[in-house]
Ligand binder design. Structure first.
Ligand SMILES: NC(=O)c1ccc[n+]([C@@H]2O[C@H](COP(=O)([O-])OP(=O)(O)OC[C@H]3O[C@@H](n4cnc5c(N)ncnc54)[C@H](OP(=O)(O)O)[C@@H]3O)[C@@H](O)[C@H]2O)c1
Length: 291
């Protein structure tokens, strides 16, 4: 099976290539980076892909600098909504499978929510990034039969491209440099290692996954403060930890107060996602932070 990978140099794309290299399983994974296809020009996607042979397309591209996106809605709509719409159409026309990666940020507007969100919960984004990704899900589904993986709060060995690292590395660095960390404790989510999502994508490709929505996020839940406490504890960083509210740490874009994803559909069809603390331990070993 020939699988074309868009966004190969991002943290998820990187880990998908690493997981594939370790266990190819009859899949030929073809990295197809921005140099070959700039998805911010969706009108050119069909023409570029027409000359490429593939049986499945995995889209790990995204414009997700959440604060910057508030003032760049046109670019966000192109990359996060119109591009996956075109990809879905190309795949439907040639009978190829389309795996598209979306986000827990399609949720958040339900302020009273305190139980994990299943796939059929109504979307209610609170920022332009989330709205563009939610629209991308809708447009892609109208144009074809995408398998959409909603993932959350990612960290991977490559670090998010354009964001200069990831939350885990930032907490370790600032913890060591400053000896104290103040972190928001009123945003609850599912910390997720991109290595775990990569493993799910490979299984979905080799075993087949129904088109539609799939929640693929780390087992359990945490606030960013709880996540940070566990990072410094496991990494052996001595830092004084202080919780704060989002109001004390204002950002350009609103963030969901609660976006924990219910992954029971994935658990029933494939396997439960690993607990986020165990995945964090594996990541810290892989990065050499712990022996
Ligand atoms: N990071 C998170 O915390 C998080 C949370 C929830 C959902 N997600 C979703 O998970 C997916 C993967 O995220 P990630 O953290 O792996 O992202 P990432 O590291 O920032 O990678 C994004 C990829 O998109 C590519 N890209 C961006 N604009 C492009 C364009 N105009 N044309 C072609 N390629 C373009 C980048 O290419 P370059 O390498 O050339 O820049 C990069 O390879 C995305 O769909 C994202 O929305 C992420």
């Amino acid at each position: 099976m020939k699988v074309l990978l868009l966004g190969p140099n991002g943290q998820l794309g990187h880990d998908l290539q690493a997981a594939h290299a370790a266990a190819p399983g009859g899949i030929e994974l073809i990295p197809f980076g921005r140099d070959k296809l700039d998805v911010s020009a969706p009108a050119g996607i069909a023409e570029t892909l027409a000359g490429v042979e593939f049986d499945a397309l995995v889209n790990c591209t995204s414009y997700h600098k959440t604060d910057e996106v508030e003032d760049a809605g046109t670019l966000a709509m192109a990359v996060n909504a119109h591009a996956p719409q075109q990809m879905a159409k190309v795949c439907a026309d040639r009978g190829a499978r389309f795996l598209h990666v979306s986000t827990d940020y399609v949720f958040g507007g339900d302020r009273a929510r305190s139980t994990p969100l299943p796939e059929d919960a109504p979307t209610a984004p609170v920022n332009v990034y989330g709205a563009s990704k939610a629209f991308g899900e809708t447009l892609a589904t109208l144009a074809g039969q995408p398998t959409i993986l909603r993932v959350a709060s990612l960290y991977g060995v490559a670090g998010a491209s354009g964001k200069g690292g990831n939350f885990v590395e930032t907490m370790i660095r600032f913890g060591r440099e400053r000896g104290a960390l103040k972190v928001v404790d009123d945003q609850r989510m599912s910390p997720t290692a991109t290595a775990d999502i990569a493993a799910v994508i490979l299984r979905m490709l080799s075993e087949g996954a129904e088109p539609g929505l799939w929640h693929v996020a780390g087992g359990g839940e945490a606030t960013w403060f709880e996540f940070a406490c566990e990072i410094v504890r496991q990494a052996g960083v001595k830092a004084e930890m202080t919780p704060c509210t989002s109001a004390e740490f204002p950002t350009r874009a609103l963030r969901p107060g609660y976006s924990v994803l219910d992954t029971s559909k994935l658990a029933a069809a494939f396997a439960p996602m690993p607990d986020w603390r165990d995945s964090l331990a594996r990541y810290l070993r892989a990065k050499g932070h712990v022996a």
